[in-house]
Design a protein around this ligand. Structure first.
Ligand code: NAP
Length: 302
């Protein structure tokens, strides 16, 4: 194998240890810990499992964690009132509303009700605007793109002047990571191209990439011959392509595949992220980092 593996599972451990140490330091010096509330509406099994992982991670790094589960039939105005309550709670630095919400609730209205200074997911229009402006304006970069940038930086991949090609233009991955990589500053300063389903010659763009970030949701979309030798390939895609019995638990688990033909690509790329174990573990990690940042902004020490 030619490529160096960029393992999200290892980088996650490094960052969570850094956060834990900072939380301890803040507690000793200021007598407070960052507070995160997770609001789960209903009992969607996938949402339950995402939220419990967030809670577990928040507790691990020493945050105050408030788990506020609400029934699926909660009236929309009660949910808005709940958000208002946490907006005004000085012990809460981050508010996370787990999506999707039930049909009777206007998801956009709920997300927009979160105080932008507690919007640790970074999806509020104010934070999208701050990200666009860049530099010190940025408070909470969205978690998956922030994780991608962190992996690139920690792997030591040069970004200055690099040709970055992003496959996909979603609001949660493609657009924000493209925007982040073109900002003026460390870990960025790249020349960015974004490709999508209407792009004329996707292969030609990908072949130019020093850093290829793929977030399309199509298994094996990126062919090995599209990869420039030595390039850094970040595979964001998570595609369920079947089921298998886990050797560890004996239970049925999904077989996951990325958007890149990993086996062939790893012989050509200089760096590559695996699926699973690549970008995936970084998202919750960056949620923790945003919550810590929020607390530091509150204390005036960020
Ligand atoms: P999305 O909202 O469905 O957007 C996919 C984007 O890819 C769209 O812009 C689409 O183009 C483009 N695309 C799709 N098929 C294409 C093709 N054949 N050629 C060129 N472009 C194509 O997806 P998303 O939410 O960004 O997620 C993308 C993938 O990342 C999914 O597999 C998702 O599960 C994964 N993901 C992982 C994490 C994580 O690991 N933490 C987080 C978020 C997402 P158009 O705009 O033209 O339709």
């Amino acid at each position: 194998m030619a490529a160096q593996l960029i393992k999200g599972t290892e980088i996650r451990e490094e960052i969570l240890e850094e956060i834990t140490a900072e939380v301890q330091g803040i507690k000793e010096k200021h007598g407070v810990v960052p507070g995160l509330v997770t609001i789960l509406v209903g009992e969607n099994p996938a949402s339950l499992s995402y939220v419990s992982l967030k809670i577990k991670t928040a507790e691990r790094v020493g945050f105050k964690e408030v788990q506020d589960n609400q029934p699926a039939d909660i009236p929309a105005e009660d949910l808005l009132a709940l958000i208002d309550k946490y907006n005004n709670d000085n012990t809460i630095d981050g508010i996370l509303v787990q999506l999707p919400l039930p049909d009777h609730v206007d998801e956009k209205k709920v997300l927009n009700a979160i105080d932008p200074d507690k919007d640790v997911d970074g999806f509020h229009p104010v934070n999208v605007g701050r990200l666009m402006i860049g530099g010190k304006e940025v408070k909470f970069p969205p978690c998956t793109p922030a994780g991608i940038q962190e992996m690139i930086v920690r792997a030591g991949v040069p970004t200055e002047g690099a040709e970055v090609v992003v496959v996909g233009r979603s609001n949660i991955v493609g657009k924000p990571i493209a925007n982040m990589m073109l900002q003026k500053g460390p870990g960025a300063n790249s020349t960015v191209t974004v490709v999508h389903t209407r792009t004329r010659d996707m292969a030609a763009h990908c072949k130019r990439a020093d850093i290829l970030i793929v977030a399309a949701g199509v298994p094996d979309l990126v062919k090995p011959e599209w990869i420039k030798p030595g390039a850094c390939v970040i595979d964001v895609g998570v595609n369920r392509v079947g089921e298998k019995i886990s050797a560890k638990t004996g239970k049925k688990v999904a077989i996951l595949k990325g958007d890149v033909d990993f086996e062939a690509a790893k012989e050509i790329a200089g760096y590559i992220t695996p699926v699973p174990g690549g970008v995936g573990p970084m998202t919750i990690t960056m949620l923790m980092r945003n919550t810590l940042q929020s607390c530091k902004f509150k204390l005036g020490i960020a």
